[in-house]
Write a protein that binds this ligand. Structure first.
Ligand code: ATP
Ligand code: MG
Ligand code: MG
Length: 380
């Protein structure tokens, strides 16, 4: 069978490997972490850095095509591999999603709605930024995820302090929007430009980390269509091939693009259990030039993230380390648990998730929230 390459060994890569295996492919995973979740189930785990050219040569030699699960793979790595084999998505599309300054400029230049922001390269830029941005949120342009590399700032003095804490790294300063709710759209685009969108998902965050995803989103059909159209336009303008996620804010009834992820997304995990094809199946299909599947959602679903604190007694980082009692979840009809086989639990680390599926959306939501409380997840 053909062998596929995956850059990154996290849970998104692990689900890709599982999907590829089910479809008859082998997968090589590149990730420096010896315990990476995807590496554990890969046909070969190249335990090396993303700029280790010997490892990249081995991957190019063995693999028919390569994809990524991690937006921070260096663009140079993607460019290097692209000399030998198809790399999907390609370096230019990934580069836009890697840097918040480039990403925001892309949105602006393509007429896509985004919140007010300023580019911050120096302390002078903070002094010059419009006062109407406050209260604001300062985000480092690169390498942030799960709310890391972000600071909420009420005024110029706080913004300066945060900028110094980020060691003067380039940042964007975004106006803090009052959120009605958040939605995301996951889609797949093939090499001929055909796009298949999953229904929009409604996302609830806790302390900057995704907590609960409700699919389909409980929003108007018109807003769902608009979000989908924006996501499709983004994919087209990026020349994207693969699975793409677009996160949106809904503020005072208006849609704003928050950010893009050039890969499957946490808010698309439910597609494994609730849709005719999963976001990972689509990633395999787009990568291999197999026609995309129909992203029909056959069941209402709610996904709940399981973070590392659950592994500590009382959710206390100094508490005793112990495996949660999963029997509480296994007893819930329609609930499916997915653990990522991560080596260590840490606070805020995504260790697994569960999905509840069923016919009645309200019933599914109530069941999922009851299960979430029963396993010990508390609201802050
Ligand atoms: P990830 O990549 O894991 O989704 P991230 O670190 O890239 O997260 P963002 O998506 O930028 O972070 O922000 C995380 C969350 O913080 C958002 O989903 C939203 O809940 C809140 N947030 C971020 N920016 C704003 C804003 N300008 N106004 C209001 N809320 C915001
Ligand atoms: Mg992000
Ligand atoms: Mg985000």
């Amino acid at each position: 069978p053909a062998t596929l390459g995956m850059l990154g060994g996290g849970q998104l890569g692990r689900f890709f490997v599982a999907a590829a295996h089910e479809m008859g492919f082998k997968v090589w995973v590149l990730d420096p972490d010896p315990h990476s979740p995807a590496g554990l189930i890969a046909d070969r785990h190249l335990q090396a850095g993303y700029e280790d050219f010997a490892a990249l040569d081995a991957m190019a030699e063995a693999c028919a095509a390569v994809t990524t699960e991690f937006e921070n793979v260096p663009a140079a790595t993607l460019d290097y591999l692209a000399k030998f084999i198809p790399v999907r998505p390609g370096a230019p599309a990934v580069a836009v999603c890697q840097n918040r300054i480039v990403e925001k400029s892309f949105l602006r230049d393509n007429g896509l709605p985004h919140g007010p922001f300023a580019v911050i390269q120096s302390e002078a830029d903070i002094a010059a930024a419009d006062a109407s941005l406050y209260p604001a949120i300062l985000k480092v342009a690169r390498f942030g995820y799960d709310g890391k590399g972000q600071a909420r700032v009420a005024n110029v003095a706080e913004a300066l302090h945060a900028f110094r804490q980020f060691k003067g790294e380039p940042c964007v300063l975004e106006q803090m929007l009052s959120l009605d709710y958040e939605v995301s759209v996951v889609l797949a685009r093939d090499e001929s430009g055909k796009v298949k969108c999953f229904p929009a998902v409604e996302n609830q965050h806790s302390r900057g980390i995704l907590d609960v995803s409700i699919a389909p989103a409980r929003t108007s059909a018109c807003q769902r269509d608009a979000a989908q159209e924006y996501a499709e336009r983004i994919a087209e303008r990026l020349g994207f091939i693969g699975t793409l996620a677009v996160e949106f804010f809904v503020s005072r009834g208006q849609l704003y693009v928050n950010e893009m992820a050039p890969r499957p997304h946490n808010s698309g995990h439910h597609t494994i259990d609730a849709c005719a094809v999963s976001q990972y199946d689509q990633q395999v299909r787009a990568l291999c030039g197999i026609p995309l599947g129909e992203p029909r959602q056959h069941s209402a679903s709610v996904m709940v993230n399981l973070l590392g604190e659950l592994w500590f007694e009382g959710g206390d980082p100094h508490g005793r380390y112990r495996e949660p009692d999963w029997s509480v979840l296994h007893a819930v009809p329609g609930l499916r648990l997915h653990l990522y086989a991560k080596h260590h639990a840490r606070h805020g680390r995504k260790m697994g998730h569960f999905t509840v599926v069923g016919e009645d959306p309200a019933e599914v939501l109530a069941k999922a929230m009851a299960a979430r409380a029963a396993i010990g997840i508390r609201d802050e």
